[in-house]
Design a protein around this ligand. Structure first.
Ligand code: NAD
Length: 289
């Protein structure tokens, strides 16, 4: 490392517990931000699955690690080992960030806030809007919950008939009961309903893995679904310009890539651990984004 402050006995540790995880962009993002601000922290990843999760959480707590991110397959499984979780985490049944305040562990989820900030900084106000959301997994649920809390009027969720559909039904029921947003779950296989709902929507979000490598030749909507006036967001950031975004651009839609959500969810976690704002523009430069 040519820049940055040296690691010493005072350096604080932040981690990420998940598996598989070696490919993650988070270490580069957070270490670039620590470097820019001259903060004495270091961020690294730990290959931890469900079997090692309880021991890992106890170990991180015993070592006084300041905080950590959580990714698959631990996002729901970690909840019983924490002292407290945020409202958004409860509605999502998911945690992606843990803050360790002298042994008191608080879990929260920053993906949804990261998505709202990404939309906002790209000039999209979600309040009062109708949205079609593709997916009912971790990213989709976080977007649904925060979008509902922050003022979306209607969300139509479409998922294929897999294990995420049932989970989606449960989470949409909770959001309907506890927010002012009206959420309906549909089968992705119902092409006519999907077309009708997208034609009537302001925002279309893909939060499935369709479009992500190695599924990068898949786009879940048809050319005729995309219309002028629609904002299209794709949570996928590998590749940065997905097939969906290419098609949406060609149809004159406003397009926003998942890399923005990635950066802002990281920035939210960063603030919770360090109390500082992540220098987003400098981080983008350091990561060649
Ligand atoms: P997940 O495993 O929790 O959910 C996967 C979802 O994709 C499910 O809804 C599943 O039904 C759907 N799916 C998978 N393949 C499909 C296909 N061929 N056709 C239709 N549906 C399909 O995963 P996740 O953590 O929610 O991640 C989903 C995507 O979002 C990934 O590409 C991930 O990289 C991305 N993501 C981005 C950010 C960000 O900050 N930009 C954050 C989290 C996740």
């Amino acid at each position: 490392m040519e820049k940055g402050i040296p690691i010493t006995g005072h350096t604080q540790l932040i981690g990420l517990i998940a598996t598989p995880i070696r490919h993650s962009m988070s270490p580069a993002m957070h270490n670039a931000a620590f470097d820019q601000l001259g903060l004495d922290y270091v961020y690294t990843v730990f290959e931890v699955g469900k079997d090692e999760l309880e021991a890992a959480v106890k170990g991180l707590k015993a070592l006084g690690v300041r905080g950590w991110n959580v990714s698959m397959p631990n996002k729901s499984a970690i909840i019983p080992y924490l002292d407290e979780i945020s409202e958004a985490s409860r509605l999502c049944d998911s945690v992606n960030t843990v803050i360790n305040d002298d042994g008191h562990l608080t879990g929260t989820v920053t993906d949804g806030i990261g998505w709202v900030r990404a939309m906002h900084t790209q000039g999209v106000d979600i309040r009062g809007k109708k949205m079609v959301l593709l997916g009912a997994g971790g990213a989709a649920t976080a977007i649904m919950v925060q979008g509902a809390i922050d003022g979306l009027r209607e969300i139509d969720v479409f998922n294929r008939d897999d294990e995420f559909f049932k989970r989606g039904m449960r989470q949409t029921r909770l959001v309907n009961e506890e927010t002012g947003c009206h959420v309906t779950m549909h089968h992705l296989e119902d092409h006519q309903m999907l077309h009708q709902k997208i034609m009537d929507a302001d925002i279309l979000v893909n939060a499935t893995s369709a479009g992500m490598k190695p599924q990068d030749d898949i786009c879940l909507v048809q050319d005729e679904d995309l219309h002028d006036g629609l904002t299209v967001f794709d949570a996928v950031y590998n590749p940065q310009e997905t097939l969906l975004l290419k098609k949406a651009k060609a149809a004159n839609c406003k397009v926003i890539g998942g890399i923005h959500m990635m950066l802002y969810q990281g920035a939210e976690s960063f603030k919770l651990w360090t109390g500082q704002d992540m220098p987003i523009e400098e981080v983008k430069k350091a990561l060649n984004l």
